[in-house]
Write a new protein. Structure first.
Lengths: 341, 341, 341, 341, 341, 341
């Protein structure tokens, strides 16, 4: 395959995340922690930390909040070359407020993401060269759900990247507060003919796509209905807001093989947000990096997701050596050091 | 019943609480978190967050520490109409220093609550109209234990509110560092003839009131000895400073019925202080709100207490919708979302 | 004059204010300080701290950000009885991001206040009794500028309060980023026939109302054109972002008198935001409190404004004793203690 | 002179100081900065930082707040050998709440220092060897003013140290909120016959001791009335809470000489508390250290005080090299580096 | 035994520890928590908190970072009499960066401890009287591993203290990043003839000293090969970074007895660093304090280590009463209070 | 001129900067603020914020501290393409500890920058293409002073970039703690034949280069002795640690013209570090950007430096619009807004 400037580009909204420290509540307290996230940004940042070249395609306000987001994108190892800036008077960055949970109190989110600059994003905001600059393009259902304009741009980008030979990765990432299951299905079915790598949880498959049978049947069926090569489905068990277990299944159509791994058990959850995106990042790294394979995808996907739960904020923060050590420990039944030093 | 200005008024000391952040110790570190609490204040604030109208009756110094306390009372949704101010030179707000525990280190408290302004409180500090302004009056054994003057005022207020038709609620809240079991019993027996709703733990009933038999026998016996309508008793299991389980029993004399509920298991404790008061607040809400009942009391009491353990500081911080969702999850055995969004 | 429940009610938007600590910039850093403000809220909170009974009329989202705002309103001594809640999906609280300046860097603000819940406010959100519950009603040009709906509601409220005998106070508070000078003049001229107390800076009078002559001519002319009783005009000198001087002039039509006072020189500015609103609060206190007069208004107005500059956040934070001591020092040429203890 | 274990011991109360960060107010905010101070502790810590061996004589509670104070005493370079511990139930450490000022808002203090453990201090709390262990003993009028018991202990200690050959240093440190001028004078006149080094401001000399004439006449008169060797008087000019100037005069009886120095002009005040104590520490260092003299005392006194104003908290924090550099710059009219590196 | 000035002196490096707050990562964030630690310092501080007199022997830079370390040494109750200062241009304090773990992310350490001032330490830096001033001398394998010069000084000090009658305590504390197992064994075998109390984990005994058999055989064998009186070996089980269990075995040669105790199970780990050193401190306290014995050593050792895990930073922070209460609870199967108040 | 990938590349050390918050001292307190800086990094980051494409050439450790530095480089808008990583065991990033001053206390720095990874940097660490990738190359005397290896690499890079047609910019940045004046002169005279843009303060010119005459004579003389095109010299007046004034002179050889501008007076200094580097960044922007000129250089240089003083940390943080507004205000004598909104 010819060398491209980027290994992965993703289209998605960038959000300002504001959260009270520790277990404080949104309704009280004097400070917010100030972070930046977004499903697709989280994915590309994770892939970048593992060593590939990535960038985010988005539209942000041309004010100091937008610049803060840009700075954080760069801090996360992601290229800001394809950030478009909105200089209109009503330009704004979406916000979400997040507070941690502790059993029996669940984590809570307040969204303030309407009327944001990303909803003005258009294919015309970017040069034609964008579409030939990457090996893989990723986006998620959240982008399609945000607005008519986002949906239109997302679908057009998928087609344009596909034309230029990019691998298309798509994560359903269904959010009931953004659209209904029916809306989601109708929209997503339009793009599935272009998708190569498909991320969809079992619940979403059943509720949104009316799939039946066990999870493996469901995963396989997507590759039968559409020219999808790989389907990945995460399996999270929430013991409490502070304790989860995590694993996943990946189905490879070409070899008709399911890849599985024992779950990461009793993860000590610090911040669960973005752990699904971290899974996608690990899986895409496993597929796009040298000697990529579904086996590599499941190992890096599971490890990336498990460990993201231990890191504050949306974006992952482990480099390749660190993830390799996690994977190694996960498969090691002998003596393990208790500390990295 | 005629409409009163308040659903609940409570008499009690307001304390400044100073605590090192996270797991730091009092003997070290550069900052204290600055909060306000007090058994009865915690109760009325909890009831207020659930939607009833409440106020606190207390006496605080007429200086900036007192004003801080007043501001926090208001922040907690509680009326400051019945705060009396002490302008004397020796006016002071009681303080307690609190540090979190982690097994095998228990949480620790250092009290500095002697010689405080609340010990000067008197019925004369308030207008006559106070006693006819509420549907229910609550106080606890702590108030009676603080000093001779507090005891006198507390007992007189119980009688005055009773005369004006208020429901009288009393929480024994026995503290060995304030008085002995014999002192407590002698004092409390004076007020039991006026009490309608009685909160008393099994341990206290045995040790302080020399009760015998199982917890239900004991609870029932109080209603036989005194004209008490409802007795509530909490049951906390401390697995470690960071993991508790919690439930309670409520006995209703009129129907000779015990109300029980499965316990909240493995609560992820962030701050245990005030969880007993939160129980009282939930129970009183269950009894005083529209369609009040002992069944409602046990559900809101248990949920309020369980969830208080997850919130920093003395005072609770969940509104009615949030508590309803907790109760709903507690009784739901099917699918549960992992996050509120 | 008959006794009303409130001395002062004000209509205005409540904003979440987010600011990096100290001299950090918005584009960097990990935390925001989380405060609440708004021109009219700042006014009523200041009046409340001086001892009168006040409330804010506004519409806020029925989510945890709205509840945070409500809690802070109460913390500031202001009644939340007339807060309407917006439960729609697009409910949101306006935000502004503020950073401090230091010469030659000016303070900076990024606004994100479009599409907010206050823009849905309507007279129908409140009971009829609202309009007869206060001695004085205050609002500002910001409220009228926010949207068509705010303007309509603001104008109607002015008329309804006036009908019920309330004194009407109005602060032009001209903001070029909200409307043009022509729009402002056209709108404000509609309400001037109802206004009793009028706050307007010299610059605004010249630029927006095309007034000419010296500041005293201009102030007097408003009382000639409209049935305005009192006109107040602040005079701020900005030596640097950290050093201001401040005074004002008040004109009383009835006695044809100008009230003036030597300026507070070289104020050590900590946070300039809200110092204009603090002026209004001090002036209104001076007029509405017992033995109110324009002389009292100018003394409390100037002192309140000067001292607000030294306090972080939008809302003032000094009680009557503290303001009295400031006023006393301002007029005292002899020995002064250097500390309050 | 024979070698003693300590160069300086001082008797005085140790207080917990709680202050909101930066310019926040006591009545608001979520944190207090947690420090320890006290007039005499500040003095001995300053002397210790300059290289002499010092200790504090006091009584503190035998709880974790007391241990925090002890740890901070040690952190400040001061011996804790002569701290007595109060294990009674009502043991408490005095507290004061401090907030910074900014013109026109003065710094403010709220005291909560009654009923504290230091008021139980007695000569019997310490071994007889205490009195022969130091070259110099220092205390201040604050200690004498705290209570009958403190006064008794203070006076007895002065006599006992004097008997054992210690130099006696005394700082009037008059505080109107602790006693009246008449009480102060009556008490202090009892101890002046024992005092060698006497610190008294001009204002205090006039108001408390009814002295007349210019400041030099007054200073000299003390050495005529009593066997005092050295009198020092500070001269502070408060331009604003953030800008002071400072110098002092020292009178030496033996040589009938007044020592003076140009003032430190326009000190950038960060925290004014303890700057008077820092003066005493510098002056005592100048007298007690090798080649001590009044000239050295005024240089180190002025520099220590000036620089203390720039340091947060009560206790000073500059070592000998740093103070020497300050003194050198103060006397240097040529090129000066702008930074120490 | 004759009375010595100190009960325990230890030789070792003092390090500045920098750690991101909570679960933040080193590669991100705006602040570091600033602490001081070091294996031997942690030991003496722990012994000091329990009531014995201790000091640390080390060499630190004569700059403000060194002074910070000195202040913290004193804050921890340890004498700074034997700190030597390095005034050379390349003087530096070693640093280590530490971040907390959460399963599956292990805690991580980045060391920056080469070229530090401690590597210049020499017996000549200290007065001859040092060697006769203590009842016991302690050091660890870390000190011997740091450099040729440290090794030389360490070995000479062991010999000199031994000559003066001090008990010699040695903790192998093997660190693979400082030296190899072979280097360690070769060096340590030189000093074992002087050691009285020997701390060595089972793993180290096997890997470094090629010991075989069960742990008790191994422990006993050291006392057969060398004139060692007491061997202690800790047993830690790491369930996850946040949950450990801990106990130990102590072998006493004189009585040929093994001392054991049930483990502290499911310790809620806040900061694991220094818990091994805390074990040594508790064990040494148990041996060196009045009525010292191996039984006392194991009880105080286990409790000190268990509880250190719950305290942030390297250095322990519990006094004798608190440790006694922990030990009491550990052996108590009946009712336990959940809080210390 | 042909289009290059970068407008500016610079060679220099990257340092971790640790500073206590506000006016706290290094010897006390619990936290350090964690920043990254370095003379040449500060320059390229400033140029980048104004809109040109820049990168830093350096060598940093391949550990998490190095990654933190890399993330901050990217956050500052600078390319990390030419960061070499040191994986050896002794790899380390230099550190400096900084504390703010307040008159009469000067700011203070403790350096810990010996034995760092940058001292291993070599031309071989980078691809040949580096030297043809930029329009301009910048370094400073600090880089040459760090070590023999840095000097060798620096000089070779200057020659290699020059060969490839890059403009060479050099800032003397003399630091007496790194080398003597004689060493500096001897070294710098070797590279002056390659330099196009030369930054040298008047003091340094006199003391290091033995120049005489007024500042303009001196500046001109450099262009006579060497083929230098432009010489810039800053003029800072330090009124106190918190108040500076600043301007500069630029001499253009081609036109034999001196460019000057009135100084920025009474800058409210928040953090002086890096303001000299910010000057270089503004000046280089003025020269390298479209329509570059010495007039533009002095305007952007002075404004960038003045405003950097108001920003915490080493690196500048203002974008082009903001700097343009500062410049505009500096030349505007009429009405000025007091806030950017």
């Amino acid at each position: 395959m010819e060398m491209k400037e980027f290994d992965l580009l993703a289209l998605g909204e960038i959000l300002l995340r504001l959260s009270p420290p520790n277990n404080e509540r949104i309704v009280r307290g004097d400070t917010f922690e100030k972070q930046v996230g977004g499903a697709e940004l989280n994915v590309v940042s994770g892939v970048s930390l593992l060593g590939l070249r990535t960038g985010i395609i988005s539209k942000i306000p041309a004010n100091n909040i937008g610049i803060f987001a840009k700075n954080k994108v760069r801090f996360g190892g992601v290229s800001d070359d394809y950030l478009a800036y909105d200089s209109e008077k009503d330009a704004r960055l979406g916000i979400y407020y997040y507070e941690n949970g502790a059993f029996p109190r669940k984590p809570g989110v307040v969204y303030d993401r309407m009327h944001t600059s990303v909803n003005k994003i258009s294919v015309e905001d970017f040069p034609e060269s964008l579409f030939s600059s990457t090996k893989c393009f990723h986006t998620s259902g959240i982008t399609l759900a945000l607005s008519e304009q986002c949906r239109k741009t997302g679908i057009e980008m998928i087609k344009r990247f596909k034309e230029q030979g990019a691998i298309i990765s798509f994560d359903v990432n269904f959010r009931l507060n953004l659209w209904s299951g029916d809306e989601a299905r109708a929209c997503i079915e339009q793009i599935l003919p272009y998708v190569d790598i498909f991320f969809c949880s079992e619940d979403t498959a059943r509720l949104t796509f009316d799939k039946e049978g066990d999870v493996k049947d469901i995963m396989k069926s997507f590759t039968q209905d559409y020219p999808i090569s790989i389907v990945a489905s995460t399996q999270r068990t929430v013991h409490s807001p502070k304790v989860h277990s995590f694993t996943s299944v990946i189905y490879e159509k070409e070899t008709d093989t399911f890849y599985e791994e024992p779950s990461y058990k009793n993860i000590e959850v610090v911040d669960r947000i973005g752990s699904g995106d971290a899974y996608v990042s690990g899986a895409l790294y496993g597929l796009l990096s040298e000697n990529g394979s579904c086996g590599k995808a499941i190992r890096y996907g599971n490890a990336s997701s498990a460990v993201k739960n231990t890191i504050p904020g949306d974006m992952p923060s482990l480099n390749l050596n660190e993830i390799n050590a996690i994977i190694c420990d996960h498969n090691n039944t002998g003596y393990q050091s208790e500390m990295n030093r």
